[in-house]
Design a protein around this ligand. Structure first.
Ligand code: NAD
Ligand code: UGA
Length: 481
């Protein structure tokens, strides 16, 4: 029976996942540990370090009862029966595989800590997304570094499928929980059964599925690759729709009615963002290349290629639509987070859009209800890999010289030449667009990168409207390249 769980990594996955386990398993003590003192302090405060609908309520219900946040990594790892590892696994920035391979340094360091402090048997759960066969490497680090020969470690892969913005719902009602282990051995099967029993405190047993370690690890990369591939497929169609007069929403609706295709994840957009899709596809590409599967690698690489193309295409549409220059024009970017209902800006398409507009001389104003100015500044100033912005190039000088962050949406829009909707926040659907129009420079443009606005209503007010994958306005047809 599990008495104590420790999770290393108090991030977007570790925090919410452990909060849900603590809520649903009051008999288990759950401690989330992290090397970042600031993050742990925030988890222990009234202002949690991440914004996620429903998270506050769950943390408040369990914190101090059987949910704890601590920087004392060694103590809580040593005491736990089950240790989840949910540290970041970013893309390598230097050395072999830079720009593609996963950087497992954080994972390895966590494994070394576990080995150093363990005096009792433990189940180690890979929660982070890792390359296939990482468990094998981690097993070696654990067994070769533990000084107590009587201690045994059982490694399980339990990848997380939550999406930000809907994390709490995804955790409470998961489509499936996947547990991979060494199911060919009795000890492996026992470890799987132990973790399965934890989830079955609230997840129906038929939704907790098991697999061998390598299948579980690869399934996570495969799931993200398939999801991203759907978005790139519909985004590729959106370019074709604009060129032919077809409407991508109608195409998505029609193909989504086919039960083999299904309606979800077919929203054409300015491009997918987030910390994982691009990272994991590039990781997959690297693995395939390492195994000599160049054609497979090229296939998956093209999913990222179309995403770069879509972001680039959007910026070009904005610039060419506005008489081929945005120099000196105020352009308001509505939304900076990579999707609605999160403050996360990792790999958000807003970065490329802002950089592209700044590079052409625009004065950019950003409004996002959950993103703070220092986060915008951080993202726009960060060094990016060459593959990340292959065509637009870096912005000249300090990008924040050309960017203002607004606290109020109507003030953000006032005196703008154009609005670019980059995040699909619900509040953008219900703005008083007559009021917005009256405050803008004419002709007033809206570039809807999410297709969330009522385009006919906007046109009736007088806006020139561009929407992804839809017949192009006659006004824009004459100006756009
Ligand atoms: P994150 O960067 O938000 O959090 C990771 C945390 O781990 C950080 O707070 C960091 O300080 C901590 N950490 C790193 N090394 C440590 C160590 N040795 N000891 C203690 N703490 C350490 O990352 P995240 O978004 O939570 O993602 C974690 C993993 O889960 C990644 O592999 C990611 O690919 C995967 N994942 C993320 C999501 C998502 O929606 N963000 C969803 C599914 C899977
Ligand atoms: C994604 C997966 O959905 C999760 O299952 C997975 O656990 C997670 O990655 C991960 O491994 O990190 P997330 O990135 O949080 O979750 O959010 P998504 O809802 O998948 O959206 C990703 C990006 O695709 C966003 O920029 C979103 O706006 C975009 N998107 C999504 C579209 O452009 N069109 C769509 O139809 C759907």
């Amino acid at each position: 029976m599990v008495r104590k769980i420790c999770c290393i990594g108090a991030g977007y996955v570790g925090g919410p996942t452990m909060a849900m386990i603590a809520l649903k398993c009051p008999q288990i003590e759950v401690v989330v540990v992290d090397i970042s003192e600031a993050r742990i302090a925030a988890w222990n405060s009234d202002e949690l370090p991440i914004y996620e609908p429903g998270l506050n309520e769950v943390v408040i219900a369990a914190r101090g009862r059987n949910l704890f946040f601590s920087t004392d990594v060694k103590k809580h790892v040593a005491e736990a029966d089950v240790v989840f590892v949910s540290v970041n696994t970013p893309t390598k920035t230097t050395g072999i595989g830079a720009g593609k391979a996963a950087d497992l340094a954080y994972w390895e360091s966590a494994a070394r800590t576990i080995a150093a402090v363990s005096t009792s048997n433990k189940i180690i759960v890979e929660k982070s997304t890792v390359p296939v066969r990482t468990a094998e490497a981690i097993e070696k680090v654990l067994t070769r570094n533990c000084s107590n020969p009587d201690v045994s470690f059982h490694i399980l892969s339990n990848p997380e499928f939550l999406a930000e913005g809907t994390a709490m719902k995804d955790l409470e009602f998961p489509d499936r929980v996947l547990i991979g282990g060494r199911i060919e051995t009795e000890a492996g099967r026992n470890a799987v059964a132990t973790l399965k029993a934890v989830y079955e405190n609230w997840v129906p047993p038929e939704r907790v599925i098991t697999a061998n370690l390598w299948s579980a690890e690869l399934s996570k990369l495969a799931a993200n690759a398939f999801l991203a591939q759907r978005i790139s497929s519909i985004n590729a169609m959106s370019a074709l729709c604009e060129a032919t007069g077809a409407d991508v929403s109608q195409v998505a609706f029609a193909i989504g009615k086919d039960s083999r295709i299904g309606p979800k994840f077919l929203n054409s957009s300015v491009g997918f963002g987030g910390s994982c899709f691009q990272k994991e596809i590039l990781n997959l590409v690297y693995i395939c290349e390492s195994l000599g599967l160049q054609e497979v690698a090229d296939y998956w690489r093209s999913v990222v290629g179309i995403n770069d193309y879509q972001k680039d295409r959007f910026v070009r549409r904005v610039i060419s639509g506005m008489f081929n220059t945005v120099r000196g024009k105020k352009i308001t970017v509505l939304g900076f987070a990579f999707k609605k209902d999160t403050g996360d800006t990792r790999e958000t398409p807003a970065i490329e859009v802002c950089r592209g507009l700044i590079a052409d001389g625009a004065k950019v104003t950003v409004f996002d209800p959950q993103v703070k100015p220092d986060q915008v500044s951080y993202e726009l100033s960060c060094e990016k890999f060459a593959w990340d912005h292959p065509k637009l190039g870096p912005s000249p000088g300090d990008p924040m010289q050309h960017v203002t962050c607004a606290e109020e949406v109507y003030a953000a829009c006032a005196e703008s030449h154009a609005l670019c909707v980059i995040t699909e926040w619900d509040m953008f659907k219900t703005l008083d667009y007559q009021k917005v129009y009256d405050s803008m420079v004419k002709p007033a443009f809206i570039f809807d990168g999410r297709n969330i606005l009522d385009h006919e209503h906007l046109r009736s007010i007088g806006f020139i409207v561009y929407c992804i994958g839809k017949p192009v306005d006659p006004f824009l047809l004459s100006t756009m390249s």
